[in-house]
Design a protein. Sequence first.
Length: 380
Amino acid sequence: MRLNSLDVVRGFAIFAMIIAHTVVFLDDREPRALEVLFHFLNDAASPLFALVIGVTAGYQLREASRWDARRKSFFAISWVIKSIVLILVGLLLSINFSGVLIVLDFLGIMMLVATPFLFLPAAWSAGAALVFLAAAPIVNEAARNWALTSAFSPTSMYDPTALLLDWTVLGSAYRLTNLLPMLLIGFLLARWQLGDLRRTAWVFGGGAVLLGGSLLMRRWEEATTGVAQSGSYGDEARDLGLALLAYAGIQLLGDFSGERMRTWFARLTRPLADMGTMAFTIYCLHVLILTAIWSQLLLGEENWLAGPGLIYRQPQGVLTMVAIMVVCMLFATLWRRYLGVGPLERVIGVLSLRHPPETLLAVPSASTRRSEPALPAPRG
């Protein structure tokens, strides 16, 4: 069984990432409102991915207190294997330039570090999330200052020490210190909010408050330091606020609105839901498409998309953005309709021991297509 609203959330996160990674092909003449929207989509994508990974895991673990030690060990081993696969695929996608700061290895590190929290009580996850939220900006700033000294002298971007520091505290856009609390908050939402209208509304309101507060915090940071630094308190509040707004907003429309609205919402978001069922595949697909495009752009020759000095032609830039989105949506829709589970999702399911090898070539079944439109309210 799948949860349609969570599939839509994943699909929206993929949609936001594709927009963020192709906006470079536009020129600077887009309306100010569109520019702000693109910034919001860019900032929401990675924390939303981390959040929904936590919610999905929390939903799978909702009855974990009744599991025996063998079942818990199997889940933890499967979780670790998936983490390692994400790290390796992320590193492979980073070999050739794609214009994308690959997030998969950061998410894999996040999942790996979160393993000890899988079966702990909710209070532990809440406490850890608060500690990380409070300490992350301080740790990030200290690490950045240290990296400017002579003590930090990596031999290459693939130096093990440099990679580890980049994954944890020095990443320019992604880092463990800011992604891990999103995942832990996702654990909590799966236990406390999922399926409850009132609590979902509170989550939406909390996201709005955080986003509004982040605007003031970032203004203050810019006034005092001259720049709103990635990984600061303002940036952290913005990321969490945007993620909660998207997560709860999609559920309010898709799970708790009137019957007619739910029907229309399900129809309109079907392409997003299809992408959300195979988010790993679609992420890799769009990166490979961008890698192919950039392999031509970096030749420095005039072509259909770019003129001299990588000045992007219009409307070719817009058409490129739209074409990549359409290709990804069509791939997801057709694959899910005729073949069911996404190709890379099948591979990672087998590698993580969750499914037998024969599922790699399995035909669609009712279980691969069936979605639960809403959940009963959680207890407690």
